[in-house]
Design a protein around this ligand. Structure first.
Ligand code: ADP
Ligand code: MG
Length: 689
């Protein structure tokens, strides 16, 4: 067996040795391939440095020089002027100036080398740049003579010039040995440079265009292979998983619609059509329903479940919380009051005897419709004839977890419904192997939920006054706290409950709901609120998903800065679900600009789709889905927040390759091998090549 030279441990590369290898290990650089594929942080472009005697007014120039002098003073018009004087050559100087940014001076140290980029002007016989872009050069860059200098992340004890030398050596020796898995015709079509050239371009760039082309190729490959894996997984699912054809006849359709208290929106109609086409296709449905909070996903799920039951199969609805399971159960039970559909609620708080009876019905197939929590997927739950599983308000399972979920051969149709819209690029990765239905529209008569940050004591008082008036007019309010208990009074639901009952909401009927109450008490608190017996409900985020009380129009969130944007949007979605205008107050004591800006995004965006994109830009992919994005998806160089455009290109290309069958031709064999090596195990792709 021949060794793959790219897997050579880095310490065996000439000039590295065990000591440096240890330092590189800290950067997770262990093999030659690790080095080749580690993108520089950025590249310093010294090819563009203009000598001072060639500066001109008008275009943007870059100059390089040593910091000689720094000063700050107040001008007559009360502005501060800060200036840094650079020595760029013998008796050649350029001054950078900033207005009202005195802190700029602290970015510099005397005698260090920097680059200024900007437009220059002659002022009193000297070149001046106003608000130039600054790059500080470290000692190694400062002495470099021109060229494009890649800059790498370092660790203590490893200097930039050493790192550059190691990378250069590795690239010169090994880049030419890297085989290109992409067929040439495909490369031409997608306008991609060769792989070994790309690696050289990234680490030893000749010019900015060269660097950009190399970087694009590496990022594109990374995302292409990932999307190909998802494409294969989707295809395997379809081929492998024959599923019962569940046909919704006109008669069944009419019967279902008669049960519903309203007619469907266009978005719901379209989703129902797409789902019905899947159900009757003979292949297992594997679909994600994306919609804004309050768009009416539940009724779409109910429709699909009733089609399934009518066709003689069992349908199950799984929710993330008991509250939500109970609520869906009540909705279904109400709709089906006069029908013979055999149904049951399966949650964690059934008695052993109840559970035994329910499980027997599930197993025999006698129970046609089952609603439940995770309790539904426990080992002892075996459906006799499961045709459809709907997973509601899901945002915690990533691709990988679902892969395990879907282990066996005889799979039911699966419909996944999101809790709030997911940013497009995350959708194409975390849920990238699912078919997608999108409902952008809300049911008729919904207003924008009036949303405002509440920052001061005075506005707090006004907000409470407003809430009291609305409660007197018959509406209801949620007061959400980030914690159950704790030292900070307004973060704690228990303390808030105590205080409101005697202060802000004295004389009103106030309820309490949190996750550590026993299930029966939770259900009672929710029932009391739903029935209007309590007017205000102090709670934790247990009301976060799905809870539906149309008369509740007020949402007050304490310490709002502690929540993520999508979570706040989801919470806000609890109100404004009926005929009355909804209001959301975001109480916060924070002075942090970042946090205030995030909360402002909620004032600005009404649509969950817009909120999701804003959230993604601010927080990055990591937290949004409650999964550790990068731990879970082994991407080599791509960054989902940064590389969204490339992702879209790679997605389209990958799915075309898979769906057209081109990917199965022999010229793509090396690429397929690569895809299976990287993702085969993770996505359970064995046998799907
Ligand atoms: P979500 O998509 O957030 O799960 P729900 O399914 O809970 O939304 O629906 C939100 C509210 O809108 C519910 O009170 C539901 O009865 C109502 N609703 C759903 N679809 C329609 C419709 N087509 N017309 C009128 N009201 C609707
Ligand atoms: Mg819902």
């Amino acid at each position: 067996m021949t060794q793959d030279p790219l897997q050579t441990p880095i310490q065996f590369v000439a000039g590295v040795g065990p000591k440096r290898a240890e330092l590189l290990e800290k950067l997770e650089l262990r093999t030659v391939a690790d080095i080749l594929y580690r993108l520089p942080r950025d590249v310093l472009d010294l090819t563009q440095v203009t000598p001072v005697d060639q500066l001109t007014e008008g275009p943007v120039h870059t100059v390089r020089g040593k910091v000689l002098d720094r000063e700050s003073r107040e001008l007559a018009n009360r502005k501060t002027l800060s200036a840094v004087l650079l020595e760029c050559g013998h008796k050649e100087f350029v001054r950078g100036v900033w207005f009202n940014q005195p802190w700029m001076l602290h970015k510099f140290r005397d005698y260090e080398m920097v680059l200024f980029s900007g437009k220059c002007k002659q002022f009193k016989g000297r070149w001046e740049m106003s608000h130039p872009r600054v790059q500080v050069l470290d000692a190694d860059d400062a002495t470099a003579h021109g060229g494009m200098l890649p800059r790498y992340s370092l660790t203590d004890g490893l200097k930039m010039h050493e790192m550059r030398r190691i990378v250069r050596k590795v690239v010169e020796e090994f880049a030419p040995l890297v085989p290109d898995p992409l067929p040439e015709s495909y490369r031409k079509q997608e306008k991609l440079i060769g792989l070994s050239e790309a690696i050289q371009a990234v680490h030893l760039p000749a010019n900015p265009e060269h660097y950009a082309a190399g970087r694009f190729r590496l990022i594109f490959d990374d995302l292409l292979e990932f999307q190909l894996a998802l494409g294969l997984r989707r295809r395997a699912w379809k081929l492998r998983n024959r599923a019962p054809g569940l046909v919704a006849s006109a008669k069944v359709d009419a019967r279902i619609r008669r049960l519903l208290p309203f007619s469907l929106t266009n978005g719901q109609e379209q989703a129902v059509r797409e789902i019905c086409a899947d159900l009757e296709s003979g292949h297992a449905m594997h679909r994600l329903l994306q919609a804004d909070v309050g768009a009416g996903k539940t009724v779409v799920a109910i429709y699909a479940m009733l089609v399934t039951v009518a066709a003689g199969y069992q349908a199950a609805l799984m929710t993330p919380t008991e509250l939500l399971a109970t609520q869906h159960w009540q909705t279904l039970d109400r709709l089906l009051a006069n029908s013979r559909v055999q149904r049951a609620l399966l949650t964690g708080d059934l008695t052993a005897a109840q559970r035994r009876i329910t499980l027997a019905g599930v197993n025999s197939g006698e129970l046609q419709l089952v609603v439940g929590t995770q309790a539904l997927i426990q080992k002892d739950v075996a459906f006799g004839k499961l045709g459809l599983i709907v997973i509601d308000e899901q945002h915690k399972f990533g691709v990988v977890q679902r892969a395990k979920f879907a282990g066996g051969d005889s799979l039911p149709h699966t419909l996944v419904m999101t809790a709030t819209p997911i940013p497009r690029s995350l959708c194409l990765t975390q849920f990238g192997d699912l078919d997608l239905s999108v409902m952008k529209e809300l049911p008729p008569g919904r207003q924008k939920i009036w949303t405002s940050r509440v920052l001061t004591e005075a506005t707090r008082k006004k907000a409470w006054q407003f809430i009291r008036e609305k409660l007197k007019a018959g509406r209801q309010a949620y007061i959400v706290c980030p914690r159950i208990e704790g030292t900070e009074a307004d973060a704690s639901a228990l303390e808030t409950f105590q205080r409101l009952s005697t202060h802000e909401l004295a004389g009103f009927r106030v309820g309490l709901l949190h996750g550590q109450m026993p299930p029966a008490e939770k259900a009672a608190a929710m029932d009391a609120f739903r029935a209007g017996e309590t007017q205000a409900l102090v709670s934790t985020t247990v009301v976060e998903v799905g809870v539906d009380v149309p008369n509740a129009t007020l949402m007050l969130i304490q310490q709002a800065e502690r929540f993520g944007l999508s979570q706040l949007h989801q919470l806000r979605g609890r109100v404004g679900r009926g005929q009355f205008q909804g209001y959301c107050f975001l109480f916060t004591g924070t002075a942090e600009d970042d946090a205030l800006e995030r909360l402002q995004a909620l004032e600005k965006h009404a649509s969950g789709f817009d909120v999701a994109e804003a959230d993604f830009q601010i927080r990055g992919p990591g937290d949004i889905l409650g999964t550790r994005q990068h731990g879970e998806l082994p991407l080599r160089v791509a960054d989902l927040a940064r590389d969204q455009d490339v992702l879209l290109l790679a997605r389209t290309s990958a799915f075309q390759l898979v769906d057209s069958g081109t990917f199965d031709s022999p010229e793509f064999a090396p690429l397929k091998q690569q895809v299976l090596t990287r993702f085969g195990q993770l996505f359970d792709l064995a046998g799907s090549g």
